[in-house]
Design a protein. Sequence first.
Length: 292
Amino acid sequence: MATTDRFTPLLADLLPPQAPSGDEGPLRAILTAQLEAMGAEVAVDPVGNLSARRGEGGSVVLLALDEPTFAATGAGPDGRGAAVLGTSLPPQELDRHVVQSRQGGKAVLRAGERGLLLEPLVGTPEPGTVFTYSAQRRVAGAYLVGPGIGTRALQAAALAALAELPDFTLVALARTGIAGRGGQELLFRLRRPVGVALDAVLEEDGSEMGAGPLEFARAAGYARPASLARMAGVRCLVRAQEPVLASLLLPAGILARSLALAVRYRGGDQERLHIQDAVRLVELLQSALSPS
């Protein structure tokens, strides 16, 4: 079966449900069904992290469950509700984006001097109220578009690649955004090397969409490990700030290859990702993780 034919139906199932940080249940249920259909044993811990194992376990692939999420934390300096940002994007990229809560509240994000603020449009947010984007995720020509589309594309790409492997372990972390990075305890308990950590990153500095997945390095003298030697065509970028999941692994004492897909988040409140980047990631993962 062609890579695109494996990737597309998996992605279609993952697009509809919302998965704000700390409330990923509907999406986690779909991932669980997909993994169990592949013959994997699935477990969910009290935090909401999902782990799945098939066969002898094989390589560990790490990704996130939740989508961009914002939470009111109380009155800001101007008397309005402040927000904690559940994404690595700078506040200016999110200025004037409209978000809504499950309680019916609606607010616009404003980039202030002291960070990102929630400016209420409907209702007054109580501290702890969670806001997410309400737009639908969809396919638009050669692109995937919608809030958190990078996370969904990574999930579908991982499943499409792992489906072809006899042994694997998949770990999907809940609450990587505003809710306290709840996956660190699981990573400590895992006590196994993580093969690949998957992230979505803002398109910049040579990470243009459509040019394939990215590999992140911490220093200019970085040399690609032998485990990724077969991943020809992966561009290696050196950045001072690592993607979110890579930053979680280091405190847990776990080293991993950090791969990412470039997304665009400018001129609107929705991520945009090139489909071919995700398809290429499926092929690269399958090649790198297959038994020698």
